[in-house]
Design a protein around this ligand. Structure first.
Ligand code: URA
Ligand code: SF4
Length: 214
């Protein structure tokens, strides 16, 4: 029996623009997550964006809407961007994993977010790579540990690097990455779960300060 390798690569068209990529991603079966989710949630934003923000995976609302960061975490992000004077329409926003991973709540119809596995992150990475190579952002913001590890490798420690600038690696999956500066911070949904939300929000917004100078 053939063993399946989880990998989005066979679904990624070679030379494509963002619309072609998005369309192709709609049919990705690079891992099992497409089965239970509503739809692929591809990145959104202009190809000319100087900033790319990377989240973990779509949440419940993103899964239904088909767009990244439109739910509660997105509102935290929007608030921070607005306070920094950054127009969200000028930012390319995407996720490390393009399908919503969840478990059904024990009672009722609610779907509970489940953190994607390393295998799923790696399987989905060809989409991110294609996005990075098309958009060629000057600045990449890694939102949370899953996003940071997706790009910087599994040994990356968010607690050590949070709020600091570093270079994006020169390559990912043996493919060259365009040069860019990167910054890692917590995931905006962690702000909503924090015991002191105001404090957590202030720290999150402070991490994003370098964006104001762009
Ligand atoms: N959390 C994420 O990481 N991404 C989204 O798009 C929404 C919530
Ligand atoms: Fe493809 Fe990524 Fe969806 Fe898995 S999560 S099916 S690799 S788009």
């Amino acid at each position: 029996m053939a063993t399946t390798t989880w990998d989005a690569r066979p679904f990624v068209p070679d030379s494509a623009d963002l619309d072609e990529l998005r369309k192709a991603a709609g049919g990705c079966k690079g891992c099992d997550l497409y089965e239970a989710a509503t739809q692929t949630v591809f990145g959104a934003g202009p190809r000319t964006a100087r900033v790319l923000m990377l989240g973990e995976q779509p949440g419940d609302q993103e899964d239904k809407a088909g767009a990244p960061f439109v739910g509660p975490a997105g509102r935290v992000l929007d608030r921070a961007l607005e306070e920094l004077g950054v127009d969200r329409d000028q930012v390319y926003v995407t996720n490390a994993v393009k399908h919503f991973k969840f478990v059904p709540a024990e009672r009722g119809k609610r779907r509970i977010h489940k953190t994607p596995s390393r295998t799923e992150v790696v399987a989905c990475r060809p989409w991110l790579l294609a996005e990075l190579r098309l958009v060629r952002p000057e600045f990449v913001v890694l939102l949370g540990a899953v996003a940071a590890k997706a790009v910087m490798g599994p040994s990356f420690k968010l607690t050590e690097h949070r709020g600091k600038m570093f270079d994006l690696p020169a390559e990912l999956d043996n493919e060259p990455l365009p040069p860019a500066r990167a910054l890692a911070t917590v995931h905006p949904s962690s702000v909503l779960r924090a015991p002191d939300r105001d404090e957590a929000y202030r720290a999150f917004a402070a991490d994003l300060k370098p964006l104001a100078s762009l």
